[in-house]
Design a protein around this ligand. Structure first.
Ligand SMILES: Cc1ncc(COP(=O)(O)O)c(C=O)c1O
Length: 400
């Protein structure tokens, strides 16, 4: 057999469905509500500091595990918000986005045969992260409408081989915010089975309706077994800058830093300088960010409901998971393709968030990190959709 093929690992997962939907959207001139990146500007002070850093010739490699001002800002802010001491030199590693932070963490802690518990639906990167690091994923389902997990099912997913559990709160794609009680249940299992919690908290500041973000690292006995992952992308609307980080117990930092070093050497140096400025923004910035997204969420919920989608209301992050059964398509992928090609709106097929793809067959995820004009244009286009059984000149079924 020819050796001119991809590795076994690389054939075990498909290209990103989310990024594919973005390409299809560009091809068909769609309103892109698939990939979660804002189409409005980043804060002026943050942009100005990046420009200044380049003009000041901050152009060479930063310290591999992150420029000191950024690492110290990350440690300082975590301590200020959550009262848990973080030592920048021993615990913070700056990476190329939280995507790399997650991959470096997984590669740093996983050995062949190790299992990792993953809640589904999950952010699609976690599947390939598990495969590339050699972990065997064990999925536990979050069930709509409120996306709770069954504590017995979760307990049954842990065993001697469990090395870690991935928790994403606030959650993509569901908008679920894990409660302290739920995190306590997870913490008990982590302590019982000596497992690591990998907490993807990238939507930490995008949270609504009085919900509070609880980092699992702050729960009793968890600081020494939690790797917290976060980044600039979502909080400061700079997804293209590629700056993220890990906060790890000192016992794991060395392994994470070594993997990070040989994967990427380091994150963009001038953007790390700007990151330190971003993290120093006044608290009002975060309050306004959450208020802005809450308004967009409400606008998007009204719009999708008016166009016959069943919506699961999110309490954090900037996505709405919907049920599309009413449109009568067999398949979420077929519906998503129809939506982008014939209606001109891109969204993500629900099945791409599930290991058991059948669970996502009637679901579709929309993002709303967009300007009002963008959402209004999507609203105008979605008017073309008509549920099965409702007569119209151009029904969705007829449009296939
Ligand atoms: C849950 C989650 N984690 C990580 C990322 C990627 O973040 P970054 O841009 O820092 O790599 C995303 C982006 O959509 C996400 O939704």
């Amino acid at each position: 057999m020819s050796k001119l093929t991809g590795s076994k690992k690389a054939t075990q997962f498909t290209e990103s469905v989310i990024r594919e939907m973005t390409r299809l959207s560009d091809l068909h001139g769609g309103v892109n509500l698939s990939q979660g990146f804002p189409d409005f500007p980043a804060p002026a002070a943050v942009k100005a500091s990046a420009i200044e850093a380049i003009q000041d010739d901050v152009n060479q490699y930063a310290v591999t595990w992150g420029a000191r001002p950024l690492r110290e800002a990350i440690a300082r802010e975590f301590t200020r918000r959550y009262g848990l001491e973080v030592v920048a030199d021993e615990q913070v590693t700056v990476c190329c986005g939280s995507t790399e932070a997650m991959m470096s963490t997984m590669m740093a802690i996983i050995d062949p045969g190790d299992e990792v518990v993953v809640f589904e639906p999950y952010y699609e990167n976690y599947g390939p992260d598990a495969i590339l690091s050699g972990a065997t994923p064990r999925y536990v389902t979050l069930k709509e409408p409120d996306w709770r997990f069954d504590p017995d099912e979760l307990a049954a997913a842990f065993n001697n081989r469990t090395k870690a559990i991935i928790i994403n709160t606030p959650n993509n794609p569901t908008g679920k915010v894990f409660s302290r009680e739920e995190l306590e249940i997870i913490a008990v299992l982590c302590r019982k089975w000596d497992a690591i919690a990998i907490a993807d908290e990238i939507y930490e500041h995008i949270i609504y309706d009085g919900h509070r973000h609880v980092p699992i690292a702050t729960i009793d006995g968890m600081a020494e077994r939690t790797v917290t992952i976060n980044g600039l992308s979502k909080t400061y609307s700079v997804t293209g800058w590629r700056v993220g980080w890990t906060i790890s117990p000192p016992s794991l930092t060395g392994a994470i830093r070594k993997v990070h070093d040989f994967l990427t050497v380091g994150a963009p140096a001038p953007l790390q300088e700007a990151g330190a400025v971003a993290l120093a923004l006044a608290d009002g910035y975060y309050t306004e960010l959450a208020a802005k997204y809450r308004r967009l969420r409400d606008m998007m919920l009204d719009m999708l409901e008016a166009h016959h989608f069943t919506c699961y209301k999110p309490f954090g992050a900037y996505y709405i998971m919907t049920d599309i059964s009413v449109f009568g398509f067999q398949d979420d992928v077929e519906f998503a393709r129809y939506l982008v090609k014939d209606v001109g709106v891109a969204a993500v097929p629900g099945s791409s968030f599930y290991a058991n793809t059948e669970r996502g067959r009637t679901k579709l995820r929309f993002c709303y990190c967009k300007r009002d004009e963008t959402l209004i244009e999507a609203d105008r286009r979605l008017a073309k959709l008509v549920p099965v059984g409702v007569s119209s000149g151009s029904s969705a079924k007829g449009g296939r």
